[in-house]
Design a protein around this ligand. Sequence first.
Ligand code: SF4
Length: 338
Amino acid sequence: MSGRLIIPVFIPHEGCPHRCLFCNQRTISGQAGQPVTAADVRAEIHTWLDRASSGKHEAQVAFYGGSFTALPRFRQEELLTAAAPFLASGQVRSLRLSTRPDCMNAEQAAFLTVHGVTTVELGVQSMNDKVLAAAARGHTAADTGQAVAVLRQAGLETGIQLLLGLPGDNRTSLRRTVERVIALRPDFVRIYPLLVLRGSGLATLFQQGEYTPFSLGKAVVLAAFMKERFERAGIRVVRMGLQAGSGLEASLLAGPWHPAFGELVSSRLMLRQTRKLLAKAATDNVALRISSRDQSVFRGMKSANIRRLEQLGLWRRVTLIADAEQARGTVQEVAAKQ
Ligand code: SF4
């Protein structure tokens, strides 16, 4: 196997009991029109498997963009059983889906495992009840705690999606959200800076001057803090920022959008590690080792990190070593030979 192949099947807004303040899944998925049918699901899986020279990947079908477990049971069954022949043949290894924290209980989790689901992502967004209420989420932080417990009990891999910059959120409440999520011990986290999308309730607030999105710089700083904290707690951060797509860019009204948001965050963290190492280095010349795949991340967008190190008078002290064996995202001081 050469890695995991995620086959996305978008079911925009299906099952959602109402529209959350910030959401416009049709824009994010670039998909409008009729709900997907079982035949659509099968066709999508075939397309992706053909394209990816099947057999080399561990394929997983992912139902994204709606509230899967809020769908009527017959509809859940229709979508899941469409993937069943691929599971039976071994072409697809497992299924994953995203849903709301208030739409999960032990019986529902058991139903999912029977149908080959191994991973569930919860749209948690925040662990602050006031922030959740202002975003018209319709669930509380306690619902998230309960959902994660149920998923763990059922042996399902559990992911948590968080938003950065919700109305009423600030550094303090965000830090609390991070600590409360860590206490839940999810398997992984995704971090999305909040964008103002046309057609969302947030767009109206923005146009009325009642919501100001984070600047890109602030979103990067806060996402860097979150990533560092989660990873220190042993929780993987599998994505930061929305994937670029024609629908998304066309609908973007405002907010900290960057097509390589995750790379901006990783660059910032590498700069921080470098400065820390240089600050405590005993000698003037310091050899630093990074992964050979991190060279552009280390330099930063348009070499911003190098320029910053130059401004601080630190870059002249650095001898950079690129090493394929070094872990991604890490900077390590290489001890001088005696
Ligand atoms: S955020 Fe999730 S629950 Fe809310 S409308 Fe969008 S897809 Fe539905």
